[in-house]
Design a protein around this ligand. Structure first.
Ligand SMILES: Cc1cc2nc3c(=O)[nH]c(=O)nc-3n(C[C@H](O)[C@H](O)[C@H](O)COP(=O)(O)O)c2cc1C
Length: 347
């Protein structure tokens, strides 16, 4: 039944299909699985227990409406958001396009979301009803389109949300919010990092704060970001968001490309940052993961954890459970006791 449902979703307008998926997850219409033995995949990072290294990246559960259901279909962690302070409609439709031939998606959504107040209400609704205590929920924050100083929005979001998640991601890398990626330039990035960590200290919080980076940065930006990350001892980097390089598709669409064609760029960034930071900054690798080998490749290049989005859209609700199983088998066959042993082996 779920396979048929996923087939139908793959044939209709992608944003309509997304909204239907959220509805069915809300209504409890999704397959559930027996717990697998994935002991070899368990890690403790930032004091949080990750049952497997595979998480769902930001943009699927933008309003924190369905993350407990997403844990049940196999994700060990889910990054909710991007949430902005005020509700926002985003860019004109159609703004999600699938390219099945390339296993790729182009989106130009522009942080469409219901805003901070609804986001917090949604999380509070769950806390008494669903037990997701052994799972990890991240909150990805971003600015409204018309905000002049991004820090004004980031501060409001941090102060209102840091109690509700297991980590916070500051999104500086969507190509669909004008000017956002300028914040990855040396001085701008340094100011944001310092101010957000200062705010954490003022609130006596220890919540890990990560920064999500674009794959389209220059070699100089890489060096600057790595130095700033080390100097401020940041908790982690998420590498990467979508790329504006859509040459492979031969298409005039605006927006960011995700899926298989992103893997190479994302992997390069992971390897470069792992080298530039001597492995001292934790990396979550994201971009074009479709198989257990793809996960292993990113971890070999220095990622401690990984996330995916596009392959979940193309492969449906059984996929994550299968990926966890394949990864666990591969690690055992390679003769490792724990997956953490492979991090950075091919750098
Ligand atoms: C439809 C769509 C919406 C997305 N929305 C967000 C978002 O709100 N915030 C964010 O940080 N990344 C967002 N992303 C980027 C993903 O989180 C991820 O970084 C990117 O898709 C690369 O992973 P993938 O190749 O596995 O899809 C979005 C991606 C897609 C396809």
């Amino acid at each position: 039944m779920y396979k048929l449902g996923h087939y139908v979703l793959s044939k209709i307008d992608p944003e309509f299909a997304h909204n239907l998926s959220i509805k069915s997850l809300k209504m409890g219409i999704y397959p559930t699985f027996k717990n697998q033995n994935t002991e070899s995949l368990e890690q403790i990072i930032w004091g949080r227990g990750f049952k497997t290294p595979i998480g769902l990246s930001a943009g699927f559960d933008k309003n924190a409406e369905v993350f407990p259901a997403l844990f049940k279909i196999g994700f060990s962690f889910v990054e909710t958001g991007t949430v902005t302070p005020l509700p926002q409609k985003g860019n004109p439709k159609p703004r999600i396009h699938r390219f099945k031939k390339y296993d790729a998606i182009v989106n130009s959504l522009g942080f469409n979301n219901k805003g901070l107040d609804q986001f917090r209400k949604n999380i509070l609704n769950f806390s008494n009803r669903v037990d997701y205590k052994d799972k990890v929920m991240g909150i990805n924050i971003g600015n409204n389109k018309n905000t002049i100083d991004i820090l004004d929005d980031l501060k409001i979001l941090f102060e209102n949300l840091y109690r509700f998640g297991d980590y916070i991601t500051v999104n500086l890398s969507s190509p669909n919010t004008p000017g956002l990626r300028d914040n990855l330039k040396g001085n701008n990035f340094d100011r944001i990092v310092k101010e957000i960590y200062k705010l954490r200290e003022q609130n006596n919080s220890k919540i890990p704060i990560l920064f999500k980076i674009s794959p389209d940065i220059s070699p100089q930006d890489k060096k600057d970001i790595a130095l700033i990350a080390l100097a401020n001892d940041i908790d982690g980097l998420i590498l990467t968001n979508t790329t504006v390089d859509k040459s492979i598709l031969n298409s005039q669409l605006s927006g960011g490309l995700s899926g298989k064609p992103l893997a190479k760029k994302s992997n390069e960034l992971i390897r470069d940052f792992y080298t530039l930071t001597s492995g001292k900054i934790k990396i979550i690798g994201v971009g074009g993961i479709f198989t257990a080998e793809d996960v292993i490749q990113k971890m070999h290049y220095g990622a401690s954890l990984v996330q995916l989005y596009s392959s979940f859209i193309f492969n449906g609700p059984y996929f994550i459970n299968e990926l966890n199983r394949d990864l666990s088998q591969a690690i055992q066959e390679m003769g490792y006791k724990n997956i953490s042993e492979i991090i950075g082996l091919q750098v």
